[in-house]
Design a protein around this ligand. Structure first.
Ligand SMILES: C[S@@+](CC[C@H](N)C(=O)[O-])C[C@H]1O[C@@H](n2cnc3c(N)ncnc32)[C@H](O)[C@@H]1O
Length: 228
């Protein structure tokens, strides 16, 4: 069977692309504080659905209104702000390898007064020394999609996905939840690429489906895993 998980390398997989992107978004925000930038997968209401998923599952696994959370590849930090708006009040950390993203998210956080809850730090999640501790909830909206376009090579024949699962396992508390939204991988692919002995598929979020050429699908998918 053809391997549908291999993506072509693209500029969306480079740090320079994201630095330029967030420098522009930050400049726009400085001119107009109502402009908090692009919300990835907004057309599919992904952010709303991720927040609703966590709200609906409070009391299960480690999901609690005071859960600690980390957003990998946080971009403009909007997902964390939306969680704050919806009553989540645990410590939140947004990390991104683009220092422009971090500066931008930090500015929005200050202006919107979320800085008591949400912190932002520059970090490349594949660097050995970046690990900021363990969290109850790990979030990814579009970050693995960008990473998969980078053509990154790892030692010992490890794939991006092997290394990504290792990162998640390392920073997730036992019974903690990893919630990922992707536009490049189907639910089945995400499970195949991310699931390990200790990181197990738990639930998924339903999106409206479309049919084309007799094949049914959705434009994006969100899958939750928990750590055994
Ligand atoms: C498609 S954007 C999504 C941004 C944000 N999650 C959102 O939903 O708006 C992908 C993000 O991943 C970040 N990123 C890519 N590779 C990364 C890495 N190795 N470590 C940390 N962040 C990374 C990029 O800088 C970019 O902000």
């Amino acid at each position: 069977m053809a391997d549908t998980t291999r993506l072509n390398i693209s500029k969306l997989g480079t740090k320079t692309y994201w630095d330029d992107f967030y420098a522009l978004e930050r400049a726009n925000f400085n001119q107009n504080p109502d402009d908090t930038g692009e919300c990835w997968f907004d057309d599919n209401d992904a952010e709303r659905r991720m927040v609703d998923f966590l709200l609906d599952n409070v009391g299960e696994q480690l999901i609690d209104m005071k859960s600690s959370m980390i957003d990998l590849g946080t971009g403009n930090g909007h997902l964390l702000f939306e969680l704050c708006e919806n009553g989540f009040s645990g410590p939140m950390l947004g990390v991104d390898y683009s220092s422009e993203s971090v500066a931008f998210a930090h500015s929005v956080s200050k202006v919107r007064q979320f800085d008591a809850f949400a912190r932002f730090e520059a970090a490349d999640i594949f660097q050995a020394d970046w690990c900021p501790g363990k969290f109850d909830i790990v979030l990814d909206k579009g970050t693995l999609d960008a990473i998969a376009l980078s053509g990154l090579q790892f030692e010992n024949h490890k794939t991006v996905f092997d290394c990504y699962s290792e990162v998640i396992e390392k920073i997730l508390n036992k019974n903690g939840v990893f919630l990922i939204t992707s536009c490049n991988f189907s639910e089945d692919e995400l499970v195949r690429l991310i699931q390990t002995k200790n990181l197990v598929k738990w639930k998924s979020i339903k999106y409206p489906s479309f049919e084309f050429g007799g094949v049914k699908g959705t434009a994006i998918c969100s899958v939750a895993f928990f750590k055994r």
